[in-house]
Ligand binder design. Sequence first.
Ligand SMILES: [Zn+2]
Length: 435
Amino acid sequence: MSDLLVSGGQVLRPDRTVERADVLVDRDSGEILAVDDPGELGGDDDLDADGGLVIPGLVNAHTHVSMTLLRGYADDKPLDRWLQEDIWPVEAELTAEDIRVGAELGLVEMLKSGTTLLSDMYFHVEEIADAVEQAGLRAVLGYTAVTVGKDDEGAHADLQESLDVARELDGAADGRIRTTFQPHSLTTVGESYLREYVPRAVEAGMAVHLHANETTDEVEPIVDEHGVRPLSYADDIGLLGPDTFLAHCVHVDDTEIDLLAERDTGVVHCPASNMKLASGMAPVQRLLDAGVTVGLGTDGAASNNDLDMFDEMRDAAMLGKLAADDASAVDAGTVVEMATHNGADLLGFDSGRIEAGANADLAVLDLESPHLTPAHDLVSHLAYAASGSDVRHTVCDGQVLMRDREVTVFDETAVRERASEHARDLVERVTGDGE
Ligand SMILES: [Zn+2]
């Protein structure tokens, strides 16, 4: 019993055309074996895609999955006040168990909305890795180092931890987990530490992930201190290269866009978070035109407030048009590409396309709903009309993680109850009362 046949549906192909086809998956190798005309292929087990659309599993290329515990805890404030008054005090109270419980909640939310690959930045990463292993998803994980507010010893320990975690967890969960070295951002990690640790990570062959140019508050201090734009500063440190991908890049000028293209450094666009925190509009069409690989991310649930990549596609298209002052900018096909193949490319997995030889990471969308009728253009529906709750089945690495909206890898009710309890206890610890 090793083959799985996804049959009866339509399939989104890598060239963004849609055709009636069946998909044969090898559950042992976790690869797609074949895509062929209906009825041509046979498998040991069937996954019914009748009335559905088979798409590549979506890629959430920048998130903080355990922040689901903080969903709806603090809204409607600018980034610096939101972090200092609300988020950091709560995060200081998070235990390893909280992070495990929050990760389980976030991963269940992701696989229920068709996401099969994520890139995460956080701490207590072993807990997140365990949850990813159980969830059956793919992930790029890392420990996020911050040096501001720490003494020299603490700063070194944090960066060393980021190197150690990247080394130890790489290849975990039978290769479904990969890692990145993670300085939090160019303003929250001091220059001397960046100059010491970034070369170590690069020499060790590690990929690097950090926040960059999210708000003007992350640009102006670097221009004032170093006399150059942040990404020139990052380049001088050796941070930019093909194995680095940057979250946000909202405030980048033309020279920085050219630099990203030249260094083959990827960008993860997080439109909902950028809008909610009023960070600004990333010049996504200009980045794409320059040849920069742009993926999509939800960022943490506290600044979004969900992990639904269908919402993110729509937000990216809408915001991209506003930013370019052009309704033809960041079109439907482009955002679907960003949420699938581009994201997988940034994260270094052969996923994001329904094709023989690629990883068997896919989702089956139910098309038989009023909001997806009529079906003039299914790529348009993916970008503008569908939502995560339309996903019927989710498959990753050839394993069925959700069948007919029933999560097979977790007890969903228990995960939700545990998360609610932990979130309540957490807030009580922070506010110091039990009201
Ligand atoms: Zn982030």
